[in-house]
Design a protein around this ligand. Structure first.
Ligand code: M6R
Length: 612
């Protein structure tokens, strides 16, 4: 989705902005632009459709834009097609103001009509341009830029993170936020804004997260922040724990591959601090054992891969806690008039902590009195801040659009949460509890074993990269795992793929199996191995090629029937998907590599989905 970076200081702004935009590329975008301001030359803007390299080329072919304050933007089109004119920054009719905007101005038609009546000429088809035009219009009544900004914000409906430059204030940058992430960065004689810390991490790790309704005025002398009533406020500073190298490829061809390889360490960081003397300990949680006993219903709400984590979680939490758990897609949940009340626990899962549908579901749950506990990767993100409790997955920054290490850490943390709640309810046998804890301790090492050799996945990808469609089948936890394997494959390789509960094949899907169809049969869930074997025979006898994924002790049995067998070490059943997902990630990765796809930035996708 769209990205924002802004700078004011003593250095030329353009290189800082371009570097920041490059670091935001992973979020997905279709056009990019920068604006800078100087006393001599006023506002100068360059923007264009396409990759950042196109913008760089345009900038290289002209005299440098001059100014030590500026704003930059990567756009992911919502209102108006991706083209040069619709790209940000947008500048007002008489060139007094330039803005970058993330989010959607819902009442832009009404504002546009009002301004058209006043004789304002619009250039773009975007909702965002109204902000620039309205600001200039408000300058007629307010000579102080901050007065004008507040007058504009009063009229805006919808979501916005805004970066604003004024032609006559060449060292000043104004930022405003409502329902779209924006953070402030504090440097030495310089200040920054960014929609995501990765954009400014090379310059500062000292940040503050803006809250809804806040407005910030940044100059090289520092940052002043005001609340919605324009009262000055002191922001709490946060130190970003990871450094710039965590957001760089470090010699790997792709971020996705690097992040797959980082999974053992990410799991170690997530699990180890929460295991003590053979027990799961969540020091960061406010929720008590008494609260857990009060909950009559548990919901897990998320989107995409985070939803798939929830699917695994349902099986695991119900097994450990013997409490019914419902999993819902956030985009459905928010409009479903959900049956939740103050005795409900809603577990919200999100890597970015900014997914709009998930955020809306969270608010819906809180409005109805539920207790919301979120599992989030990005510290200080909106979802983390609006939850009653938050458990952070310490996966570090995840840059590839296709999630890998965030999925793995979410999975482990949700299972740990289930185990902890089961203990609160006194519903888990001590032997089972001890077995899960001991396998949690061993999990990073077992995962390291899985990622240590990749040849088999490369080989299989070389055989199957031309398939038109690939099916994933499995039962119980393997069904939930297949959903993620299938999504991974389709999002980065663009091969059509479906995931089915294997028992459903005979109810329709099996008609799609023909000579040469590739079926990934997931058979890691020991108790249902016989059933998995029957399903493999079923599809083989209709001509399918079968790649089976199982645990080491079942290799021989599956080699007798499948075309190829992938194995993973055995662990406790509730943790088996944590090992099972890695071969599926690697298979998808190598297939996409063979097909020459843009693995880290798949077409049409964005890393953080901040629109509905
Ligand atoms: O940041 P979130 O976890 O809330 O994101 C949810 C989905 O958009 C995300 O998991 C998406 O499905 C990924 N591209 C999957 O790889």
């Amino acid at each position: 989705m769209c990205g924002i970076v802004g700078y004011t200081g003593n250095a030329p702004a353009v290189p800082v902005l371009l570097d920041g935009l490059e670091r935001l590329e992973y979020r997905g975008y279709d056009s990019a632009g920068v604006a800078v301001v100087s006393r001599e030359r006023g506002l100068q803007i360059e923007k264009c459709k396409g990759r950042l390299s196109a913008l760089r080329e345009k900038l290289d072919g002209q005299p440098p834009l001059a100014g030590t304050a500026g704003i930059g933007h990567t756009r992911w089109a919502t209102h108006g097609e991706p083209n040069d004119v619709n790209s940000h920054p947008h500048v007002s009719q008489n060139g007094r103001v330039a803005i970058v905007h993330n989010g959607i101005i819902e009442n832009y038609v009404e504002i546009k009509e009002f301004l058209l009546h006043k004789g304002v000429a619009f250039r773009s088809d975007t909702d965002s341009e109204v902000v620039a035009q309205l600001l200039e219009y408000c300058f007629n009544d307010h000579s102080d830029p901050l007065d004008a900004v507040y007058a504009v914000l009063e009229r805006l409906e919808g979501a916005y993170a805004l970066g604003i430059l004024c032609a006559d204030r060449p060292d000043m940058l104004i930022a405003a936020r409502k329902d779209a992430p924006l953070l402030l960065g504090y440097g030495d004689g310089e200040s920054f804004i960014a929609s995501d810390a990765t954009a400014i991490i090379a310059h500062t790790r000292d940040v503050a997260y803006m809250e809804d309704g806040e407005v910030a005025v940044l100059t090289r002398a520092g940052v002043q922040v005001f609340d919605e009533y324009r009262r000055p406020i002191e922001k709490e500073h946060h130190f970003i724990e990871w450094d710039v190298s965590a957001a760089e490829k470090g010699g790997y061809a792709h971020f996705m591959f690097k992040e797959i390889m980082e999974q053992p360490e990410a799991l170690r960081q997530t699990i180890s601090p929460r295991l003590r003397d053979g027990r799961v300990v969540f020091e960061e949680l406010h929720i008590t054992a008494e609260d857990v006993r009060r909950f009559r219903r548990i919901f897990i709400v998320a989107c995409g891969s985070s939803y798939h984590v929830g699917m695994v979680g349902k099986y695991n939490l119900e097994r450990l806690m013997r409490t019914p758990v419902e999993v819902a897609l956030a985009s459905e949940f928010r409009y479903s008039d959900p049956l939740i009340d103050k005795d409900s626990l809603v577990i919200v899962i999100s890597q970015s902590g900014e997914t709009l549908d998930t955020m809306a579901a969270l608010r819906e749950a809180r409005n109805r009195g539920a207790y919301v506990l979120s599992i989030v990767n990005v510290v200080g993100s909106s979802i983390a801040r609006e939850s009653d409790d938050v458990l952070y997955t310490w996966a570090g920054p995840e840059i590839a659009v296709a999630t890998t290490k965030a999925y793995s850490t979410q999975l482990a943390l949700l299972t740990m949460l289930g185990l902890w709640m089961a203990r609160c309810l006194d519903r888990v046998e001590q032997t089972e509890y001890d077995a899960v804890v001991s396998e949690l301790e061993a999990l990073p090492a077992k995962l390291a074993e899985v990622v240590s050799s990749t040849e088999i996945y490369q080989y299989l990808a070389s055989l199957y990269f031309n398939q038109e469609c690939i099916f994933y089948i499995g039962r119980n936890l393997d069904y939930a795992l297949g959903l993620e394997g299938s999504l991974k494959l389709k999002e980065i390789s663009y091969i059509h793929s479906e995931s089915y509960a294997a028992g459903e094949l005979k109810h329709g899907t099996i008609s799609l199996i023909e000579q040469g169809t590739l079926v990934m049969s997931l058979a890691t869930y020991g108790p249902l191995l016989d059933k998995a074997v029957s399903n493999i025979v079923e599809v083989k006898s209709r001509g399918a090629d079968v790649v089976a994924l199982t645990t080491e002790e079942h290799r021989q049995r599956l080699e007798a029937i499948a075309s190829h067998v992938l194995t993973i070490p055995r662990t406790h059943p509730v943790l088996q998907p944590n090992l099972g997902v890695v071969p599926l990630q690697l298979f998808a990765y190598y297939i996409a590599l063979h097909r020459g796809c843009d693995i880290d930035k798949p077409k049409n996708l964005a890393k953080s989905v901040t629109v509905e």
